[in-house]
Design a protein around this ligand. Structure first.
Ligand SMILES: [Ca+2]
Ligand SMILES: [Ca+2]
Ligand SMILES: [Ca+2]
Ligand SMILES: [Ca+2]
Length: 598
């Protein structure tokens, strides 16, 4: 990656064009394969015609009006210390189990203690489109140089716990109920004092207890911060090439609140990695959760879970370590999802400015092909520096769309790279089916076009109207809450899982929803995006389907369940033993206060 003007010559774009013709043959092959698979009964071009056009969906920014008054403190004070440019993350999660998504925003702090008090911020969902700040006394009101957050119920008590990555020691917070959290880091045995960024809970050994994967960036301290410059005169943020990498860590959950660092034994401790994004996926469908790690200027890792407590890096062999021209790009946020109904988990990677997104299509043979260079996804993302990135079905038509949250590191970037801006708008790509995406630039409301210095991003339905809203954390700025208006013109089914033999969150469970319009499959997972946590429930867009003919759950424990004729436009809770029950949700106050309109 690149702060040097020379990189503005844009090698990725050249590579994308150079390979376009030979890629066309591969594309034809994929298209033919898709046609063949469509001849089979289950998967479904019918959805395309049955679904209303995307017209009418708008994202309206309501953060401040909804009560999110948080402003991130990067600690910046003119010294341009590397971490200042990297945070923060954010989380949508149901902290109190009332069925409504609460918000956690991660904060940095001043480098010189005592200057200004800044803590993370916890907001309770008031069930009427607004939030109340419940930070004080929550236990999350701590000052640390935080970067990212992940959420999972590591002790299977039914309450979701919080892990915060931080420069001054990551912390594990146990959810005590009632919006109170207890720092249990010392007793947990987790000791990560590196430059932690994204993290994810997963049960890699399928013993029913959630383990923890933490991505670390580079070896850095204020004392070892280096002098770099864009223009040869003023200091800028250094590229990661200037620093040594920092290995990721895997903590195995031993039970009773204890974790063991198994990074070396499991084989994931690569000292060269400079990691910013983590996605948990089962790319080879063997039932064991694998881990994709996005690295900044180093090859990405695809850690294949052997099922025997170890991981093997298949990144290079699978074709996801580099760009098409063999460059290790500036990988940031990442997600995995089945965007074409093939049943395989494909991978989305946010990259640096002058590097397009990576959209690695899982061919099902252990190989991935980057589809971005010959699609709108690549063309439109070329100049963006992408941090937050995820698949989600914003218009509930049954096809996973793509959102990226973007923003540069350098305020002065425009002076040396005229096409690249410091503040950048998010990007939204609507899935048209058949592996094609359309840029929705200019089509989902003016608020969405606002340029931001965005970092973390998460999705979840905070206002309970069915469609997925978007939370974006900005660097040294406020959090943005983009309310989805109109996505719920289509129908949906949201599935929350309650594991009994499996981990309580059901992470790793595969849910298959079948309607008259086709079949969709998703895997419950934490992690993904950049430094952030999205709602752990699975939202299935159903288009116009009025009923789910079946909902199947394949639990990590091996338990399989099937439910027929499930009513839609609601959240269902599926318990591994008790089966399908209506999700408990505290009622919204009635009548709801008039929500701000435009
Ligand atoms: Ca818990
Ligand atoms: Ca485990
Ligand atoms: Ca969609
Ligand atoms: Ca919503």
């Amino acid at each position: 990656m690149t702060m040097t003007a020379s990189r503005s010559t844009n090698p990725s774009a050249r590579a994308g064009r150079a390979v376009a013709s030979r890629r066309a043959c591969a594309a034809l092959g994929v298209a033919l394969a898709a046609l063949v698979s469509w001849a089979a009964p289950a998967r479904v071009p019918a959805r395309a015609s049955a679904v209303p056009a995307a017209g009418g969906v708008a994202f309206v920014e309501v953060g401040a009006r909804a009560g999110l008054r948080f402003v991130h403190n990067s600690g910046r004070a003119g010294r341009k210390l590397l971490p200042e440019a990297m945070g923060p993350g954010c989380a949508f999660f149901d902290a109190d189990g009332d069925g409504w998504l609460d918000v956690l925003l991660i904060n940095g702090r001043d480098w010189t203690p005592g200057a200004r008090r800044s803590t993370h911020a916890l907001y309770r969902n008031d069930r009427n489109g607004r939030f109340t700040d419940v930070t004080a006394g929550s236990g999350l009101d701590v000052q640390q140089y935080g970067l990212g957050v992940t959420v999972g119920d590591y002790d299977n008590d039914g309450r979701r716990d919080v892990y915060v990555t931080s420069l001054d020691g990551d912390r594990l917070f146990h959810n005590e109920g009632g919006f109170r959290f207890k720092d249990v880091t010392p007793a947990s045995g987790i000791q990560n004092k590196d430059f932690g960024t994204s993290a994810a809970f997963l049960d890699y050994d399928k013993d029913g207890r959630l383990d923890l994967f933490v991505a670390n960036y580079v070896k850095w301290t204020p004392a070892t911060d280096l002098w770099c410059s864009l223009d040869g005169a003023r200091k800028s943020y250094c590229t990661p090439e200037s620093y040594k990498g920092s290995p990721s860590r895997l903590y195995r959950n031993l039970g009773a609140g204890r974790f063991e660092d198994v990074s070396a034994r499991a084989g994931i401790a690569d000292p060269g990695s400079k990691s910013l994004g983590v996605a948990v996926l089962d790319y080879n469908r063997d039932g064991w959760p694998d881990v994709f790690v996005a690295n900044d200027t180093q090859p990405n890792k695809l850690w294949r879970n052997t099922g025997k407590g170890t991981f093997v890096d298949e990144g290079t062999a699978a074709g996801v370590a580099f760009s098409e021209d063999g460059t290790a790009r500036g990988g940031m946020g990442v997600d995995a999802g089945d965007y074409d109904g093939s049943g395989h988990a494909h991978v989305l990677v946010g990259n640096f400015a002058n590097e397009m997104l990576g959209l690695y299509h899982n061919e099902g043979s252990g190989l991935f092909v980057d589809e971005a260079p010959r699609s709108a996804v690549g063309r439109e993302s070329q100049l963006s520096l992408t941090f937050g990135a995820f698949f989600f079905d914003y218009d509930l038509d049954g096809r996973l769309d793509i959102l990226t949250a973007n923003g540069h590191l350098e305020e002065e970037i425009e002076a040396v790279q005229p096409k690249v801006t410091y503040r950048q708008p998010p990007l939204l790509f609507r899935n048209l089916g058949g592996g094609r995406f359309e840029s929705m630039r200019g089509k989902v409301g003016a608020d969405f076009e606002t340029p931001l210095v965005a970092r973390g991003a998460a999705h979840g339905d905070f206002d309970g109207d069915g469609d997925l809203d978007v939370l974006i954390a900005t660097n040294h700025g406020p959090a943005k809450l983009l309310r989805n208006d109109g996505g719920n013109r289509n129908r949906y089914l949201r599935v929350s899982l309650r594991g009994r033999r499996s981990n309580a969150d059901g992470l790793g469970a595969v849910v298959v929803v079948t309607t008259a319009q086709g079949k969709q499959e998703a895997t419950a997972h934490s992690g993904s995006s950049y430094c952030s946590a999205s709602d752990l429930s699975l939202t299935f867009g159903l288009g116009t389907a009025g009923l789910a003919q079946s909902v199947e759950v394949h639990w990590p424990s091996g338990v399989r369940q099937r439910f027929a004729d499930v009513a839609v436009n609601r959240t269902v809770l599926i318990d591994e033993l008790a089966g399908l029950v209506a999700a408990p949700r505290a009622p919204a106050p009635a009548p709801a206060p008039a929500r701000a309109q435009r």
